[in-house]
Each structure stands twice: as C-alpha cells, then as structure tokens.
Design a protein around this ligand. Structure first.
Ligand SMILES: Nc1ncnc2c1ncn2[C@@H]1O[C@H](COP(=O)(O)OP(=O)(O)OP(=O)(O)O)[C@@H](O)[C@H]1O
Ligand SMILES: [Mg+2]
Length: 331
C-alpha cells in the first residue's frame, strides 16, 4: 500500500520480531496520526504496560483513557474482555457468578486460543465502533501474529452459530478488508530480522491479511562515502594518506592513520551490509507494501520525546484526517 494512504485504515496491527521496535513504532504511528488530525486509540494486549512507559504514565487500563491530544490509550485485559463478552452475549449472569479468578481460569482452560480471541475481539469491537478514526495495536511478535489474529476464526470452528460465530465472522471481515486493516511490520536492517519479516508477510498474506508497510528501524545514518572503495588499500598501506596529511599540515602517526581508516572501513561495511538487507526487504515485499526507514534515536525510545522523534520521521504517512466514507476510507 502507498504509505500516503495508510492512516486511512481503521486498524493498524504493528508486529515484528521481538525487540525490533513494535512498541516504539506503534506509539510513533499513533502520535503521527493524531498530529494529522485523526482521533486515535493506541492499544496493547500483552499486559506489559510498554506503552504507558513511553508516555510517562503509571499504567494503561482496560478502559480507554486520554494519553495526549486526539490520542487515547488502552491495555486490554482478557478477564475483563470475557466479562464484557458474556454480558454482550446475553449471559451476564455467568460473568457475575464467576469471580475474577474464575474468569481467569475460564480464559486459560475453556478452549485453546480463547484468550487471544477475546483480545482480538475487543480490539475489533473498538475499531468497528467508529469512535476512533484509527486504532493502532502494539501486537504480539511476528512468531505468534498469524495464530493471534486467527484465534477468533479458530473458535468459530467450535461454535457455528450464536454469538461466538457471529463475532468471529465480524472479526474476520475487519481483519481481511484492506480498506480497514493493515499490518505494519517492524524489522531491523539485518539478515535474520529481514528474513523473519519476509516470512511473516507471506504468512499474513496467505491468511488474507494485508501488509501495508514495513518499517526498517534503527537504520545507520549517512550514505556510503565517495571513494570508500579505496579504504581497504589504505588500511593495508596508509603511506599515501600520510603524505596527503603532511601536505595539509597534519602530523599523524601511521598507527593513528591506520586506526582512522579501519574505523571508516568498518562503517562502510556496516552501511553496505544494511543497504543490501534493505534491498532484499524491498524486493521481497513487492509493490503491495511500502517501506519506511527510521534512524537510530540517540538515547533510545523511552519517553515522549523519543516517541516524538520517531513520529517526525513518519510525516510522509497520510492522509490527513478528513471525511470518511462508509468503508472507512478517508475521502
Ligand atoms: N529508532 C530507534 N532508535 C533507538 N532505539 C530504539 C529505536 N527503536 C527502538 N529502540 C529501542 O530498542 C528497544 C526495543 O524497542 P521496542 O521495545 O519498541 O521493541 P519491541 O519490538 O516492542 O520489543 P518486544 O519484542 O520486547 O515487545 C527499546 O529499548 C527501544 O528504546
Ligand atoms: Mg514491545
């Protein structure tokens, strides 16, 4: 998908290999979308409170709460989601009979995937409610994302009629409609994360879920130096460099010159390796997904300033908020 249309979706599912920047990128996407005038909900489902830390908040709760301008936060709790589901399905008495611990047991024991189905169901319900233009989900890692997103459909196999089946159908409709749901894949410009990103993109597409954007995070700064191909020769013999330095009035020892050249050489090799991985990523993704590169944020992404620094690099994402059509696309 063209990155200029990405924010027109209703739900962005941010996934990627562990530690590649899912939480940071989800937060930055939400902040970038809010800055473009969208009413945004940023949600997490793993009970880790990773988002709260980025916004200097003690915690996010199962109830949506303001986090910033046009930005709300939500940490979905499976037990609370089950109670809501039972209430909504017309069996509130069951939810009341089971105390909190009982609900927890039910989530883990009743059926494999029930916990995930409840989490996805809650996200889908919030996304469909239409209160927010956009829901950004800090989702589970790529190794689990296909089973996570497919959990509701899995349960539908158990119940072909009734509220479980109805809800599963509604979730699947939302997740597989490219106008409504897009996956954002985070990766690093390194071999293994790129391989995992490409595999995940394939698996998601096979499951009918659209991957609209890949974010290559922590990409090295700067272009390859002109004449960088001469560095290996200079590393072996710095004499020409010594003469040039002397002519410029610089008296540097051979050891100092050799160290400088080695450092330059290391940087060139790192950048070249990154460019090659990014090329592999771009080619493997094909035309269906856009690719954005994010630089290293000095000091990491640990607070609102770090999130804002990331969000600034997402400025080319669009569109700005506008009137929505019935399908959820922005007119
Ligand atoms: N562009 C960046 N520049 C510098 N540091 C970054 C950048 N993006 C992320 N980080 C840092 O990398 C680490 C991992 O980022 P993050 O927590 O967002 O990844 P994650 O994919 O959510 O991890 P997990 O799999 O544990 O949930 C964090 O310490 C974060 O501050
Ligand atoms: Mg995370």
């Amino acid at each position: 998908m063209d990155a200029r249309k990405l924010l027109g979706a209703r739900l962005l599912v941010v996934t990627g290999k562990g530690g590649t920047g899912k939480t940071s990128v989800a937060a930055a996407l939400a902040v970038a979308a809010a800055a473009k005038g969208h009413e945004v909900l940023l949600a997490e489902v793993e009970g880790r409170q990773g988002l709260a830390r980025l916004f200097d908040l003690p915690a996010l709760a199962h109830e949506e709460a303001p986090v910033g301008e046009r930005l709300s936060g939500l940490a979905v709790d499976p037990k609370a989601a089950l109670r809501e589901y039972l209430d909504g399905a017309g069996v509130p008495v069951l939810g009341t009979l089971l105390d909190k611990a009982g609900l927890g047991d039910l989530v883990t024991a009743a059926a494999p995937g029930l916990g995930d189905a409840l989490l996805v169901g809650k996200i889908a319900q919030v996304a469909r409610r239409g209160v927010y233009d956009l829901v950004v989900l800090d989702a589970p890692p790529s190794g689990r994302i296909v089973s996570f997103l497919g959990a509701a459909a899995g349960l539908a196999g158990l119940a072909r009629f009734g509220p479980v089946a109805d809800q599963a159908g509604a979730v699947a409709d939302l997740l597989t409609d490219p106008a409504l749901t897009q996956v954002v894949l985070t990766t690093l410009p390194e071999a293994l994360p790129v391989t995992e990103a490409l595999q995940t993109a394939e698996e998601l597409r096979s499951a009918g879920i659209n991957v609209g954007l890949a974010v290559a995070n922590q990409v090295g700064d700067g272009a390859l130096a002109e004449g960088g191909d001469r560095l290996p020769a200079l590393a072996a013999d710095p004499a020409p460099l010594r003469r040039a330095a002397q002519a410029a009035g610089l008296d540097l020892s051979d050891a100092a010159l050799a160290a400088l050249v080695r450092e330059g050489l290391g940087r060139e090799r790192r950048l070249a390796a990154e460019r090659s991985q990014l090329g592999r990523l771009r080619e493997g993704l094909g035309a269906k997904a856009d690719l954005i590169e994010l630089p290293v944020v000095p000091g990491g992404v640990t607070d609102p300033a770090g999130v804002l620094a990331m969000a600034r690099h997402l400025r080319r994402l669009g569109p700005r908020a506008g009137r929505r059509t019935a399908t959820g696309a922005t007119a």
